[in-house]
Design a protein around this ligand. Structure first.
Ligand SMILES: Cc1cc2nc3c(=O)[nH]c(=O)nc-3n(C[C@H](O)[C@H](O)[C@H](O)COP(=O)(O)O)c2cc1C
Length: 209
C-alpha cells in the first residue's frame, strides 16, 4: 500500500511496484530485520552507483563499510546521541565519504587528458567543492540503489564529522559526508520511522516559465 498519493504509474516504463519500492513506499527506517547484508549485495549495489553522473566524471564518492565491532563503535561514538540506538540496531553501517583527491583516478575517469592531473593538483579548494557536490549526488543514487536491492536506509548527518574523519580514516584524505544505517525490512512490518510527513508539491516547488 502506498502511503502517499501515487503519480500516474502509467507515465513510467517500469512496473508500478518498482516505483513504490524505490520512491513511494520507501522510508527512512530505524528498525530492520536481523538478516545480514552480504558483501555480494553491497558490491552489486556499488556496481550500479559507480555509474552515477558526477562533475567531469570525478566519481568522488567513497564508502566505508563499518563491518567490525571496532569500526561500528567508532561510528557510534561520533554520532549524535539520538542516532546511536538507531545505528546499534542497524545490521549494516556505511559511511559515505567524498574524496578530494579524486584526481588520483584520472586514468579511469578522464583518460587521455595530459596535464589535467597537475591542473587539479594545484586547485585543492576547487577539488574539495567538486568532491563534496558530486559525492552528494552519488549518495542519492546510493540510497536508491540500496532500496533497489530490497534494503531500507536511514541517512544520518548528525555526527561529529571531523572527529569521525580522524578516528576512522586517519591519514586518508576522504571526508565523511553521511552515515547510512542499512538493513532488510523488519519482519513485523514496523520500519520505526513513524507517521510519514508530507512533502511540498509541484505548485510549491516548481516554476514553469
Ligand atoms: C542529509 C540527511 C540527514 C539526515 N540526518 C538524520 C539524522 O542525523 N538523524 C536521523 O534520525 N535522521 C536523519 N535523517 C533522516 C530524515 O529525517 C528522513 O530521511 C526524513 O524525515 C524523511 O523520512 P522518510 O524517508 O521516512 O519519509 C537525515 C536524512 C538526510 C537525507
Amino acid at each position: 500500500m502506498t502511503a502517499v498519493p501515487p503519480p500516474s504509474h502509467a507515465s513510467f516504463p517500469i512496473p508500478g511496484d518498482v516505483l513504490d519500492l524505490l520512491f513511494l513506499d520507501a522510508r527512512s527506517s530505524t528498525r530492520w530485520s536481523d538478516r545480514p547484508v552480504s558483501s555480494e549485495t553491497l558490491r552489486a549495489v556499488h556496481e550500479l552507483v559507480r555509474w552515477a553522473p558526477s562533475a567531469n566524471n570525478s566519481s568522488p564518492l567513497r564508502l566505508v563499510v563499518a563491518e567490525s565491532e571496532h569500526a561500528r563503535e567508532i561510528v557510534m561514538e561520533h554520532a549524535n546521541p539520538g542516532n546511536r540506538l538507531k545505528l546499534d540496531r542497524a545490521p549494516l553501517i556505511l559511511v559515505a565519504a567524498s574524496d578530494p583527491r579524486y584526481h588520483e583516478h584520472l586514468e579511469v575517469t578522464a583518460p587521455g587528458r595530459p596535464g589535467l592531473y597537475e591542473v587539479l593538483e594545484s586547485r585543492p579548494d576547487a577539488r574539495a567543492i567538486t568532491a563534496h557536490d558530486s559525492a552528494w549526488l552519488q549518495i542519492g543514487f546510493l540510497i536508491v540503489a540500496l532500496r533497489a536491492a530490497g534494503l531500507e536506509v536511514r541517512p544520518m548527518a548528525g555526527f561529529d564529522h571531523g572527529g569521525l574523519c580522524r578516528a576512522l580514516l586517519g591519514d586518508r584524505a576522504w571526508y565523511p559526508e553521511l552515515i547510512l544505517a542499512v538493513g532488510y525490512p523488519a519482519e513485523d512490518g514496523d520500519h520505526g520511522a513513524g507517521e510519514r510527513h508530507g512533502r511540498p508539491d509541484w505548485d510549491a516547488t516548481t516554476l514553469e516559465l
